[in-house]
Design a protein around this ligand. Structure first.
Ligand code: NAP
Length: 278
């Protein structure tokens, strides 16, 4: 028996029942035999601020934040990391010992760590990246790719205006292209990333000229349900290097777990299996 306070963490969203984060962190807590808990917390809009602020009093060391609060939480944070500020959203909150609320965004970190784990020879500086989508995930992916030194990023999105906003935000290395220009852009892309929800179970299929993808491209899909999306299956057929989306989810959780439970956790196949089964 010990008098140490049991560390708590969780994930806040609305709805939250679908979240795989409790299975993810629960797997690590068990594996490392940590006497702590990670819980899903559903908060309505009107209770979000009061709910978040009450958590440190209850023994929470931090929380993940998901839809629809990833942008709003920045207005409550006392300390915002550079990458969260650059992305304009946060997914990882830490209640610091000095009482301040720290907001971080680890989605871009998770995206890059997943590629590095699966394709250690990846050379980001060697060519153009084509990004499909201009939502929240695209912001994190683009920010991370720019940080890795990708020289040129072309963004195609159904709503062109959202892609234009990303170009204004991230500057000269980002350009906007029409979806209809993909047949010309795909053969030249060193990297292709789907950040839209297209191809996800229950969503419409992703429709692009798959035959135009270069066999030399690395193709990443951040959709992970199904794990092998049609995009990845088509890319594999072409001989491309492919990276699935589950690793991004797993890696983005590492910094939060380390902050809250004082242990840097491993990302491996057993973790992926536990989360995919959840
Ligand atoms: P979001 O902000 O709502 O953005 C959705 C994107 O998908 C937008 O670019 C949107 O285009 C596009 N889109 C949606 N329906 C479409 C349709 N019918 N036709 C064409 N484009 C469509 O969502 P998000 O947070 O960026 O998430 C996007 C996807 O990434 C989700 O499937 C999410 O589960 C996944 N994700 C995975 C991870 C991971 O760890 N692997 C992390 C974050 C997100 P418009 O701008 O035209 O609406």
């Amino acid at each position: 028996m010990t008098n140490a306070r049991i560390p708590l963490a969780g994930v806040i969203g609305a709805p939250i029942a679908h979240s795989r984060s409790p299975a993810l962190h629960g797997h690590w807590l068990k594996r490392y035999e940590i006497q702590g808990f990670y819980v899903p917390i559903e908060l309505a809009q009107e209770n979000f601020e009061a709910g978040l602020r009450s958590l440190p009093l209850l023994g929470f060391r931090g929380v993940n934040i998901t839809i629809p609060y990833k942008e709003r939480v920045l207005t409550l944070a006392d300390v915002i990391t550079d990458r969260a500020a650059l992305i304009g959203a946060a997914n990882t909150i830490t209640f610091r010992k000095d009482g301040r609320i720290q907001a971080d965004n680890t989605d871009g970190y998770g995206f890059i760590a997943n590629i590095r784990q699966n394709q250690p020879n990846w050379q980001p500086k060697t060519g153009t990246a084509v990004i499909l989508g201009a939502g929240g995930a695209a912001r994190a992916v683009i920010s991370a790719l720019l940080g890795e030194g990708v020289p040129e990023i072309l963004v195609a999105n159904r709503t062109r205006n959202r892609a234009e906003m990303l170009r204004e935000h991230f500057g000269a290395r980002v350009s906007v292209m029409d979806w209809s220009a993909l047949p010309e852009a795909l053969p030249k892309a060193a990297m292709l990333v789907n950040t839209t929800s297209l191809g996800m179970s229950g969503q419409p299929a992703l429709s692009i000229p798959f035959e135009r993808i270069s066999p030399k491209s690395m193709v990443c899909d951040i959709v992970y349900a199904p794990l092998e999306t049609n995009l990845l299956a088509q890319a594999r057929k072409k001989g491309c290097t492919v990276v699935t989306g589950i690793g991004m989810l797993l890696h983005q959780a590492v910094p939060g777990f380390e902050n809250w439970f004082r242990k840097r956790p491993e990302v491996d196949e057993a973790l992926a299996a536990a989360v995919l089964e959840a």
